[in-house]
Design a protein around this ligand. Structure first.
Ligand code: ADP
Ligand code: MG
Length: 275
């Protein structure tokens, strides 16, 4: 579904050339989400310091950083679930505010570490909940359910189960189907694989990458895991203490770290056995 309201785009940022010096500009000509000078504090303590970022279309942008660096706060700001203290956030050119948030969130897909499935609905009903609320035709829903189940490799029988009857990996696959169901402009995922065992986590990282590429999905994914960022991220936005310290591919960051802190943060990854 493409809501006309959201097709309107602001062109001013779209023509801005990427700048090697700030590293914050989208690498492509088209950004789905734009954040300009956004800040947010809690009880006087800054969780997100003045920060600008563009999220390029059909790419996965990974918000990477240690616990408490402000990643989840930034994701909630993007979703319009939390108002910024200052600055602005645009989804396809439309300001994300507390007023526009509810309508714009129909253009966003969400995924959480827990999966966030409603326990009293079957997997399939969880996936189609919003589509049914928006009165999407039943045959469209059935086709979309089959298409996505095939992509995330879930059997129809599994979709008839209750969330409690699913493994952690299956729950995340269902959660991903729900996030993708309405062809959102952007999918926002907060540590989606954080609760899984390492083997399932590794498998799902590669499956997620395949699904996003197959569908051309624009994704913002939060993780503290460098390996996950390396598998999934076209671009990594590295956060430290509420600041965005560097943006680029992990290889670019490793080759040209913006600060000694970045170098230290990446050192473990560069030495890791998977490199
Ligand atoms: P991350 O997701 O990177 O672990 P968060 O965005 O959750 O970091 O938190 C960043 C900082 O903001 C932390 O110091 C955290 O304690 C604080 N914080 C986040 N949400 C709230 C809140 N609702 N109330 C008060 N402090 C918060
Ligand atoms: Mg978090």
């Amino acid at each position: 579904m493409r809501v006309a309201l959201c097709r309107r785009r602001v062109q001013s940022w779209a023509v801005r050339a990427p700048s090697a010096s700030d590293g914050l500009s989208a690498s492509g000509p088209d950004a789905v989400l734009v954040l300009r000078n956004v800040t947010r504090s809690f009880n006087g303590l800054p969780a997100v310091r003045p920060l600008s970022l563009e999220v390029p279309r059909e790419q996965t942008t990974v918000l990477l950083g240690e616990s408490g660096s402000g990643k989840s706060t930034l994701l909630r700001l993007m979703a319009g679930l939390l108002p910024p203290d200052s600055g602005e956030i645009l989804l396809e050119g439309v300001p994300v505010t507390m007023e526009t948030g509810p309508a714009l969130r129909q253009r966003m897909g969400f995924g959480l570490q827990s999966g966030g499935l409603f326990p009293h609905l079957t997997a399939a009903d969880n996936v189609t909940l919003l589509a049914r609320a928006l009165k999407k035709p039943a045959d469209w829903r059935t086709r979309r359910l089959e298409e996505l189940a095939g992509l995330v490799r879930l059997e129809p029988a599994v979709l008839r189960r209750w969330p409690l009857e699913l493994s952690g990996g299956q729950r995340q696959r269902v959660s991903l189907m729900r996030a993708l169901f309405l062809r959102p402009a952007v999918v926002l995922l907060d540590e989606p694989l954080g609760a899984l065992d390492p083997v399932t986590r590794g498998e799902l990282q590669h499956e997620l990458k395949h699904v996003f590429e197959a569908l051309g999905t624009t994704v913002v994914l939060v993780t503290h895991d460098l390996q996950e960022a390396a598998v999934l991220g076209h671009r990594v936005a590295l956060m430290h203490d509420g600041s965005l310290v560097q943006v680029g591919s992990l290889d670019e960051l490793a080759a040209h770290p913006a600060s000694p802190w970045v170098e230290r943060f990446l050192a473990g990854w560069r030495r890791g056995p998977s490199r």
